[in-house]
Write a protein that binds this ligand. Structure first.
Ligand code: ARG
Ligand code: ZN
Length: 877
C-alpha cells in the first residue's frame, strides 16, 4: 500500500456544519486500565447548511474504540455505520435525534497528552485544538457549540476530587459503590473547552466579589506537596478579575472558577470553561524555588487564561484559521495587565525583545505564515509566535490607531454583538470599525500577509525653512506562497530630539505637538514637520508602534545621545540595542576575517553614563546592560555563524566589564538588599540590576567578584539570587562549578521545577564534551522523557550550548534528530516543536546548513506524524 502524505486544509473551503449539537451529556467511568465514555448527543440538522445529507460524520481518533452506537435508543447494527480514517459515519439519520455512543479509551497509555490522559496520579484533559476526538466521537470543531453535562464515576479513595466545567449539581454512589459527581455548564461551548480532572488533590479556597456584587468561589488544586505554592497564583487571579472589570468592563459569569496544576502538559496552560488546567511550571511559585522571571510568567499566564473567559470562551473562533482572534487579542490583554501591574516600559522592552528575536525568525523561515493562515496540515503546529505575539502586535496597532477610548468602544461592541457566537477576525475588525466610524480595510492586510515589513527611513533638515522631512519606504519580503506583497497601513510613532536632549516640538497636520503617529500606507511617503527649530535626531517607532524592522542610518553619537536622553524610555533601550548590534557586527566581521578584535567600544561610554544615573529605573538599566542575545544576533545575520556571534558577545562583554569594573562592583553592592523576598516590581527591578552587574563584575576577572558570586550563592534566601549566582559560576566556569551544581541538585532534588532548571543549566554548560554531558543527563534518574518540561529543559539547554549543538561534525544536530524521531509518534506536538532549530538551516553558514539539512532529510525518511511531517516537508521544500 502506498503511503499517503498528509494533506492541507484551506480557509477558503470553510462551510458551516451540517449538524448542530444542542446538548452533550457525557459519562466517564474512570478506571486504571480502561475508561468507558458514554455520550448522549442531542443532534439536529443545521438549517443554515446548504448540504442536503442525512449522513452524519463524527471525528474520532485511532485511540478511541467504539463499543456501540444508538439513535434514539435504537442500537445501530454494523451495516448502518462505518469507521473510516478515524471518522464514524452514520449513513442515515433523522432530522433531530439523540445519538448514544459508547467508547473505550486508555488514558494511562496516552503519551501524546491530547484528550484524556494520566499525569502522575491524576486524570486530566487537553482538548484544544482537536483533543476531544480522542475522548469520544464528536463534531470536534469550534463552531459547534453545545451545553455540556458531565458525570464522572470513580473510586473515591483514589479520586476524591472529580472536576469538570461549570457547577457541581449532583453527587452520590453507584450500585457498585463507586462515587459519581455530575457537573453542568450553563454556557454553550465548543468541545475544545471541555475539561475533566480527577485525583487526590489538595485545594486552596478563596473568593471574589464581582462588580455586580456576585460572590465567586475560587479554587486552585494541586498535588498535596505543592499546595503551599499557589498563593501568588490566587492573588494574580483576583487581580486579573478586577483588572478585566475595570479596563474592559468584563465580569466573570459562573459561580465558581477552578485552576488545576498538572506536571505533564504540552503547552503552558488551557482556558477550559470554569476549569483552567495549567502546566505546573506556569502556576506554582514560592520565593525559595521560583525566580522572578517565573513569578512574572505565572502572573501573566493566570491572567491570560482568565481573560480568555471573554476573549475566547464567551466569544470563540469559527474555525482554527481564526486562532489569532482569541490568542492575539488575549496576549494583548495579558501584556497590558502586566504593564499596568509593573512598569509599562520594562514590560514593553521584554515583549518586543522576544518578538524581534523569536517571531521575526519564524517569519523569515519556511514556516512563515500570516496571523490568519490560509492553510495548514496540522493545527497544533500553528500555536505559534506569529499567531500569539504578532497577533497581539496587530491588536496593539488597532489600539494605537483608535486610542484607548475608541478601542474600548470597539471591544464593547465586539463582546456585545458576538456573545455566544463563534466568529472570525473580520468580525473583530468590523466591530472596531463600526464603533469608531473608521475604515480599516487596508489595515486588514496584516491578517493575510506574512513576513516582517522593513521600513527604510531617510531624512533632511532645511535650516532656512525650519522644516524637517522624513521619507519612509516600506517593503515586505517574499514568504512561502506569497512572492509579492501589498503596502500595509503601518502606524509609526515619532518624536524629535534636540541637540541637548530636549524634546523638540513641531507643527504637523497644522498642530503643534512633540510626538505624532505617522500613517505609513504607501510604498514610499515623505512626511514634513514644520517649525523645527534645530536639526533633530529622529526618535522613530517609539514604543515599537508596529512589528517591523527599521533602518535609519544613525551615527554612533546619535545612538549615544538617544540612549541617554530620549524622552521615550523604550527608545532609549532601542538605541542601546542598535549601538550594541553595530559593535557586535564589527567584532563578528573581525572574527570571521581572522583579524584582531578591537579593544575599545563606545558602549563603555554609554554604560558609564547609565550606571551613574541613579534616577533611572534599575530594571531599565539592567535591560540596557543586557547585550543582544545569541538568538537575536542570529536572527539579524545574513548567514548565521554561531561561533563568531558567541566570540563577539563574550569579547564585547569582557571589554565593558574590564573598563567598568569599579562601577559594576558599586552597582552590585548598592542594589543588594536584606528585605524579605517579594515579587514586587521594585524588588524585581533591583535584583535584576544587581545580578546583571554581578555577571559583568565576574566577567572582569576580578577575584573579589568571584568570591562575591560564591558568597551570594551560599547566602541566597531566594531562587532568583541563588540561580543567578549559580549561572554565573557555571558560565564563567569558576573552580566551584562542579561542587555547586551538585549541591544545587542535592538541595532541590525533591522539587521538580527546580530540577528542571538544573537540567537546563547543566545541558547548557560549555564543556569539552558537551554532548556527552547532555546524553548523561537524559540517563539521569531525575530525567523522564514522558515529561515535556524535562525534555524542554535538556534540549533547550543543548540549544544554548553553542559548542555542543553547532559542532561542525554535525553531532549536535544528529542527536536532536534522534530525539525527534523517537518522539515523532509518542508525542507529535513536542516532536514537531523540537524541529524548530533545524527549520533555520538555510540561514546557517554553509558547513552547518548542510549538516542540518541532512538531518531533516533523515527525519523525512521516517513514517511521520502529521505534525512533524508538516514542519519537515515545508523546511525542505
Ligand atoms: N489556548 C491555550 C492558551 O493559549 C493554548 C492551548 C494550546 N494547546 C495545544 N495543544 N495546541 O492559553
Ligand atoms: Zn491563549
Amino acid at each position: 500500500m502506498a503511503e499517503q502524505k498528509p494533506s492541507a486544509i484551506y480557509l477558503k473551503d470553510y462551510t458551516v456544519p451540517n449538524f448542530l449539537i444542542d446538548k452533550t451529556e457525557l459519562t466517564f467511568d474512570l478506571d486504571e486500565t480502561q475508561t468507558i465514555v458514554t455520550s448522549r448527543l442531542h443532534l439536529r440538522r443545521n438549517p443554515e447548511s446548504k448540504v442536503q445529507t442525512s449522513a452524519l460524520v463524527l471525528d474520532g481518533g485511532e485511540d478511541v474504540k467504539l463499543i456501540g452506537v444508538a439513535i434514539d435508543d435504537y442500537a445501530l447494527p454494523e451495516q448502518e455505520y462505518t469507521i473510516k480514517d478515524d471518522k464514524l459515519i452514520i449513513t442515515a439519520t433523522p432530522n433531530e435525534f439523540v445519538l448514544t455512543c459508547e467508547t473505550m479509551i486508555e488514558p494511562q497509555n496516552n503519551t501524546k497528552l491530547e484528550g484524556l490522559y494520566r499525569s502522575s496520579s491524576m486524570f486530566c484533559t487537553q482538548c484544544e485544538a482537536e483533543g476531544f476526538r480522542h475522548i469520544t466521537y464528536y463534531l470536534d470543531r469550534p463552531d459547534v457549540m453545545s451545553i455540556f453535562t458531565t458525570t464522572i464515576i470513580g473510586d473515591e479513595t483514589r479520586y476524591p476530587v472529580m472536576l469538570s466545567n461549570g457547577n457541581e449539581i449532583e453527587r452520590g454512589k453507584t450500585e457498585e459503590g463507586k462515587t459519581f459527581v455530575t457537573w453542568h455548564d450553563p454556557f454553550k461551548k465548543p468541545a475544545y473547552l471541555f475539561a475533566l480532572v480527577a485525583g487526590d488533590l489538595e485545594v486552596l479556597n478563596d473568593s471574589f466579589t464581582t462588580m455586580s456584587g456576585r460572590d465567586v468561589k475560587l479554587q486552585i488544586f494541586t498535588e498535596k506537596h505543592n499546595i503551599d505554592k499557589v498563593d501568588f497564583a490566587m492573588d494574580s487571579l483576583k487581580r486579573s478579575m478586577k483588572w478585566d472589570e475595570e479596563v474592559y468592563g468584563r465580569e466573570y459569569d459562573l459561580d465558581i472558577f477552578m485552576i488545576v496544576a498538572v506536571d505533564d502538559f504540552n503547552m503552558g496552560a488551557m482556558e477550559n470553561k470554569g476549569l483552567n488546567i495549567f502546566n505546573s511550571s506556569c502556576l506554582l511559585a514560592s520565593p525559595e524555588t521560583t525566580t522572578d522571571d517565573a513569578y512574572l510568567r505565572v502572573e501573566a499566564v493566570v491572567a491570560h487564561e482568565y481573560f480568555h473567559n471573554w476573549s475566547g470562551n464567551r466569544v470563540t473562533c469559527r474555525d482554527w484559521f481564526q486562532l489569532s482572534l482569541k490568542e492575539g487579542f488575549t496576549v494583548f490583554r495579558d501584556q497590558s495587565f502586566s504593564a499596568d501591574t509593573h512598569s509599562d516600559v520594562v514590560k514593553r522592552v521584554e515583549d518586543v525583545s522576544f518578538l524581534k528575536t523569536a517571531q521575526f525568525a519564524e517569519d523569515a523561515g519556511p514556516m512563515s505564515h500570516p496571523i490568519r493562515p490560509a492553510s495548514f496540515i496540522e493545527i497544533s503546529n500553528f500555536y505559534t509566535l506569529t499567531i500569539y505575539e504578532k497577533g497581539s502586535e496587530v491588536v496593539r496597532m488597532i489600539h494605537t490607531l483608535l486610542g484607548e477610548e475608541g478601542f474600548r468602544k470597539g471591544s464593547d461592541l465586539y463582546f456585545e454583538r458576538h456573545d455566544g457566537q463563534a466568529v472570525t477576525c473580520d468580525d473583530f475588525v468590523k466591530a472596531m470599525e463600526d464603533a469608531n466610524g473608521v475604515d480599516l480595510s487596508q489595515f486588514k492586510r496584516w491578517y493575510s500577509q506574512a513576513g516582517t515589513p522593513r521600513l527604510t527611513v531617510t531624512d533632511s533638515y532645511d535650516e532656512q525653512a525650519q522644516t524637517y522631512s522624513l521619507t519612509i519606504q516600506q517593503m515586505t519580503p517574499p514568504t512561502p506562497n506569497q512572492p509579492t506583497k501589498l503596502a500595509l497601513h503601518i502606524p509609526v510613532k515619532v518624536g524629535l530630539v534636540g541637540q541637548s536632549n530636549e524634546a523638540l516640538s513641531f507643527t504637523f497636520d497644522g498642530q503643534t505637538q512633540d510626538e505624532v503617529v505617522l500613517h505609513v500606507n504607501d510604498v514610499e511617503q515623505t512626511f514634513v514637520f514644520e517649525n523645527v527649530m534645530s536639526k533633530p535626531v529622529p526618535s522613530l517607532l517609539r514604543g515599537f508602534s508596529a512589528p517591523v524592522k527599521l533602518d535609519y542610518d544613525y551615527s554612533t553619537e546619535q545612538l549615544l545621545q538617544l540612549m541617554s536622553g530620549d524622552p521615550d524610555g523604550f527608545n532609549r533601550w532601542s538605541a542601546s540595542q542598535q549601538l550594541a548590534v553595530n559593535e557586535l557586527n564589527k567584532l563578528i566581521a573581525q572574527y570571521q576575517n581572522g583579524a584582531q578584535f578591537s579593544e575599545e567600544t563606545p558602549l563603555v561610554e554609554g554604560f558609564k553614563a547609565l550606571l551613574a544615573d541613579e534616577s533611572l529605573d534599575p530594571a531599565m538599566v539592567a535591560l540596557i546592560l543586557g547585550l543582544p542575545s545569541q538568538a537575536y544576533m542570529s536572527e539579524l545575520a545574513d548567514k548565521i555563524d554561531p561561533q563568531a556571534i558567541k566570540a563577539a558577545r563574550e569579547h564585547l562583554r569582557g571589554i565593558a566589564a574590564k573598563a567598568l569594573e569599579v562601577e559594576f562592583k558599586h552597582v552590585y553592592e548598592s542594589n543588594a538588599s536584606n528585605e524579605a523576598y517579594q515579587a514586587s516590581a521594585e524588588q524585581i527591578a533591583k535584583r535584576s540590576l544587581k545580578n546583571a552587574a554581578l555577571s559583568y563584575w565576574v566577567a572582569s576577572g576580578s577575584d573579589e567578584a568571584k568570591a562575591a558570586v560564591v558568597r551570594q550563592y551560599r547566602n541566597a534566601d531566594n531562587m532568583t539570587d541563588q540561580f543567578a549566582a549559580l549561572s554565573c559560576v557555571v558560565h564563567f566556569n569558576l573552580a566551584e562549578a562542579d561542587e555547586l551544581l551538585n549541591a544545587f541538585f542535592e538541595q532541590w532534588k525533591h522539587e521538580a521545577l527546580v530540577v528542571n532548571k538544573w537540567l537546563m543549566l547543566s545541558a547548557a554548560r560549555e564543556h569539552e564534551n558537551g554532548l556527552a554531558q547532555v546524553k548523561a543527563l537524559m540517563e539521569h534518574p531525575s530525567f523522564d522523557i514522558k515529561n515535556p518540561n524535562k525534555l524542554r529543559s535538556v534540549i533547550g539547554g543543548l540549544g544554548q550550548n553553542v559548542d555542543a549543538f553547532h559542532n561542525l561534525d554535525g553531532s549536535g544536530y544528529a542527536f536532536l534528530a534522534d530525539q525527534i524521531i523517537l518522539l515523532n509518534k509518542r508525542n507529535p506536538q513536542i516532536a514537531s516543536r523540537l524541529c524548530t532549530p533545524l527549520t533555520r538551516w538555510q540561514r546557517m553558514v554553509p558547513a552547518l546548513a548542510e549538516k542540518m539539512k541532512g538531518e531533516l532529510e533523515r527525519i523525512a525518511r521516517e513514517d511521520l506524524s502529521k505534525d512533524v511531517y508538516e514542519v519537515v516537508s515545508k523546511s525542505l521544500a
